[in-house]
Write a protein that binds this ligand. Structure first.
Ligand code: ZN
Length: 283
């Protein structure tokens, strides 16, 4: 069934687990992620970045995820990841997305507040939850701007002020994670996370989680994280399954054949994340 992320994340917050938000790139990703969610009896968020939206358009993803949700017994939300501006967020809500993110983290604190408040006001009026970001997740999200230099961590006092002024319903925080592929082991600043949690009521969101050790993620959930994003890993394991198959069967020209191995890899990794997030059995 299709739901918004609001009730999903509030249940996660109340019961101390997190819902995985998995970036989907194509029909195959949607099929693999919904299969994992059903097998684990877990709520699930499927999300798309602006570059994925640019590739195929909002309507295709609405069609794919609605079809998946309609036939599934688990709660499914469709979320716009890293919405770059007001118009894209409005287009996504209008197209049928049940959750959006407005990412003003590359702007000044004041501009981020203004940008987020505008989207959150529309979201509140039509019942669509709005995630915002304060502080910086390192690395480079998709074809978005590089996080660049400077202190990337979310300031707990600013977080309190930000949530109060904007009305965002969840908050992505900068606590040491980065988008893309890690070189070396990442380290989540759990103390900063705890300090933010003490000042902010809304569910907290962890970005850039591909490659973060499971025990660190589990600790972050104990410290208030309710939504955990995975993108890079899904792309990596899908392509590995696909390419390995083609390496062994270079004459195959039916694209469905290597896709089966790619989907099996996504399904396995999503199921394992659901177990670690504690969302297994929570549907
Ligand atoms: Zn992100």
């Amino acid at each position: 069934m299709l739901v918004t992320t609001r009730e999903m994340l509030l249940d996660a917050q109340e019961n101390h687990y997190a819902v995985g938000a998995f970036n989907v790139e194509s029909l195959e990703f949607v099929m693999a992620v919904i299969k994992a969610a059903e097998e684990q009896n877990s709520p699930v968020i499927m999300q798309t970045t602006p570059s994925t939206v640019k590739y195929a358009g909002l309507d295709y993803f609405v069609g794919l995820v609605y079809a998946a949700a309609e036939n599934a017994d688990v709660p499914v939300a469709l979320h716009l990841d890293h919405g770059s501006d007001f118009d894209l967020c409005m287009n996504a809500m209008h197209a049928g997305y049940t959750s959006v993110m407005i990412d003003g983290s590359h702007d000044t604190f004041e501009d981020n507040i203004r940008k987020t408040e505008a989207v959150a006001r529309v979201g509140a009026s039509i019942g669509i939850p709005v995630e915002a970001e304060l502080g910086k997740v390192g690395g480079k999200e998709d074809d978005g701007p590089d996080a660049g230099q400077g202190n990337p961590f979310t300031d707990p006092d600013e977080a309190e002020e930000f949530v109060r002024h904007t009305g965002c319903t969840s908050l992505a925080v900068g606590v040491g994670t980065a988008h893309g592929v890690y070189h070396g082991t990442p380290h989540i600043e759990q103390d900063i996370l705890k300090a933010i949690r003490e000042r902010v009521d809304v569910p907290l969101v962890l970005h850039g989680t591909s490659g973060v050790p499971d025990d660190q993620v589990a600790e972050a959930i104990r410290n208030g994280v309710c939504k955990v994003n995975y993108a890079t890993e899904l792309r990596q394991v899908y392509m590995k399954g696909f390419m390995d198959y083609m390496g062994k069967n270079p004459d195959v020209f039916d694209p469905k054949k290597p896709a089966v191995d790619g989907m099996a890899n996504i399904c396995a990794i999503v199921k394992s994340h659901m177990d670690n997030l504690g969302s297994t059995g929570r549907a």
